[in-house]
Design a protein. Structure first.
Length: 260
């Protein structure tokens, strides 16, 4: 009886030793895996930040946005980051826009322009002088480069020399088909710009009010640049939205993704 009990105690002790070794090996394995993952992450980071990295800049999340970079799945994320920081926004627009930084405008608690710039042009297109946010200027530059000029070449066989607008900052409430609204418009903080048309290198022009409805090359061009604006702005409204937008695109830097 005593012998059987000693055997049972010995077996229990052996099992405890096995479990202890298993726990030790599990801990060692976990630490090794963590260390290995850290080495891989560090190595990957070094590859990204190395001056001679083989990764193209447009695919590198550590490299800031450049307006002329080819568009990748990272572009929208980079754009949002640049648009959210005035210094980075201005740096990104250097060489890709004609603008002058201005002191912030504070008209009231509801009406202001925080990262104010005097904008005169984006890419190869002139813009009639307008005070707006740097974020709007940056999104316009991306739109002009990656949507407007390619669409002009495809549908009109020319280029755009000027983008015509009807304003950005306006301390007012939202206009709607149902009448006045108590909510402030995004124009009250210059988070939007209204685009009325385009001037072309061949001497022609395209106007939303005149060219949206008739079928043809100009209407196709306008629909293409409207769809392109949806890639660069958080909210895009066109004549398809309602009669209040019959003569302009409403391009907004914040919103819920509506594209119509």
């Amino acid at each position: 009886m005593r012998h059987a009990k000693r055997q049972q105690m010995a077996q229990q002790a052996a099992q405890r030793q096995v479990k202890k070794k298993q726990r030790s090996w599990a801990l060692i394995s976990g630490l090794a895996a963590f260390f290995f993952a850290g080495v891989l992450a560090y190595g990957g980071y070094q590859v990204l930040v190395h001056p001679d990295t083989p990764l193209p800049r447009e695919w590198n999340p550590t490299v800031p946005l450049r307006v002329s970079d080819p568009v990748t799945p990272l572009t929208a994320w980079k754009l949002d980051r640049a648009a959210a920081d005035q210094a980075q926004c201005l740096a990104t627009l250097d060489g890709f826009a004609s603008l002058q930084p201005l002191d912030p405008l504070e008209e009231s608690d509801q009406c202001f322009i925080r990262d104010r710039v005097d904008l005169r042009g984006v890419g190869d297109a002139r813009v009639f002088p307008i005070e707006t946010r740097c974020a709007i200027a940056l999104r316009l530059a991306m739109w002009e480069t990656h949507s407007v000029q390619p669409a002009a070449a495809e549908f009109l066989q020319t280029s755009v020399t000027a983008i015509d607008h009807i304003g950005s900052y306006n301390c007012r409430t939202i206009r709607s088909g149902g009448g006045p609204s108590p909510r402030m418009s995004t124009h009250a903080t210059a988070d939007a710009i209204d685009i009325a048309g385009f001037q072309l290198a061949d001497g022609g022009q395209v106007r939303l009010l005149a060219d949206w409805e008739p079928p043809g090359r100009k209407g196709d061009f306008l629909r293409a640049v409207r769809d392109g604006a949806c890639d660069w702005f958080s909210l895009t409204l066109s004549p398809d939205y309602n009669r209040l937008h019959a003569d302009h695109f409403h391009l907004q830097s914040r919103g819920w993704g509506l594209c119509r």
